[in-house]
Design a protein around this ligand. Structure first.
Ligand code: AHG
Ligand code: MN
Ligand code: MN
Length: 338
């Protein structure tokens, strides 16, 4: 069997041999991976670790927080505060940004995360995950504010997710392809298990919450209706459907065997662009998907081209196999605007 490369070795090589990443970014990724290992331990303990169930609090989006949402957020903050690689962090679970305290050196990077994605699946023992996005602090004046975070996703220096499923898997991009690392529990380290992951351009599998069907806009209804019509319909082929309700798990399946994922705008709350959050859910996933040869759009615009107006901005999401995303987007572009 050929020798396996650890995440540490991979990152050192990226920094030393290829000069692709700075020492600070290398440390940042290592620290995030270490935090994910700690979160994985809590997830695995489940009821034994008394980590299941809800906390008695709500986050800034008005969602009831689960104990693991809060634990994972704290693990990521604590792990990343002291290394000198970050200026500030932002999270789904915090109203405002968390600036690195004065007692530690400030670095040039900004880290955003969804500490625990798929919260509704925690208590039922279904795959969940952590999503993260790395930006550079563009202005190099002293101090850091929320404004520094409001950059389009195309400016991400790195992004990734860790899925806590049957295996704990870290999927990472530094802007030159997508690498997959599997946690070796005996060794306690992430090991490179797939290089340059590519998503098939075509697919017969879609992921959408069908219970919202009656609220969708016409282009989404058209796209899904055509998939459902199968061999006899305009697509001339049968489609399968999957919906895990953990974006991490749905995206990981698409990364592995292709597919298209939609969480579109709908009529229930017309003023809200969508459910998913742009900066720590859609952007990192869009970066990974594009780096693997797929596409990610909000129906009219590439997700990574959107300049956010606020930290917790939401967005409509269509991502995955390129040809399928392009088709769904073309239906949006053809639809009469009202
Ligand atoms: P989170 O648990 O971080 O709030 O994210 C949940 C998101 C996403 O992971 C998933 O795709 C979607 O919500 C599921 O939404 P529905 O319950 O509406 O299907
Ligand atoms: Mn999420
Ligand atoms: Mn979350």
């Amino acid at each position: 069997m050929s020798k396996r490369i650890s995440l540490t070795q991979y990152l050192v090589e990226q920094q030393r041999r290829h000069g692709r990443i700075t020492a600070e970014l290398r440390l940042l990724i290592e620290v995030v991976a270490r935090a994910c290992k700690r979160i994985a331990i809590s997830v695995n303990k489940g009821a034994l670790g008394e980590v299941l169930g809800s906390a008695s609090s709500e986050n800034v989006q008005g969602e009831v927080q689960k104990k693991l949402d809060i634990i994972s957020n704290e693990v990521l903050i604590e792990a990343n505060e002291w290394g000198g690689h970050l200026a500030a962090m932002a999270s789904e679970e915090m109203d405002t940004i968390h600036v690195v305290p004065n007692r530690y050196p400030q670095g040039e990077y900004l880290l955003l995360f969804d500490p625990l994605d798929g919260s509704s699946n925690i208590d039922v023992n279904v795959s969940i995950g952590t999503i993260f996005s790395v930006l550079r602090k563009v202005n190099n004046q002293r101090g850091v504010s929320e404004e520094d975070f409001l950059q389009p996703g195309k400016q991400q220096a790195a992004a990734g997710y860790c899925v806590y499923g049957p295996q704990t898997t870290l999927v990472l991009t530094l802007g030159e392809g997508v690498m997959v690392f599997t946690l070796d529990r005996e060794q306690g380290s992430f090991v490179l298990t797939q290089e340059d992951l590519r998503i098939p351009e075509d697919t017969r599998e879609f992921a959408i919450n069908m219970s919202n069907q009656r609220h969708w806009a016409a282009p989404v209804t058209r796209y899904i209706d055509e998939c459902l019509a199968g061999k006899e319909g305009p697509r001339g082929k049968d489609f399968n459907m999957r919906w895990v309700a953990s974006m991490v798990a749905d995206v990981h399946r698409i990364m592995t065997r292709g597919g298209v994922f939609l969480y579109p705008w709908d009529k229930r709350e017309p003023d809200k662009p969508g459910k998913l959050r742009l900066m720590y859910e859609a952007n990192p996933m869009a970066f990974l998907i594009e780096q693997a040869g797929g596409a990610a759009s909000n129906g009219s615009q590439r997700i990574m081209d959107i300049t956010p107006a606020k930290l917790h901005e939401r967005v409509s999401v269509i991502l995955g196999s390129k040809n399928e995303v392009q088709r769904a987007v073309s239906y949006h572009l053809e639809a009469p605007s009202d």
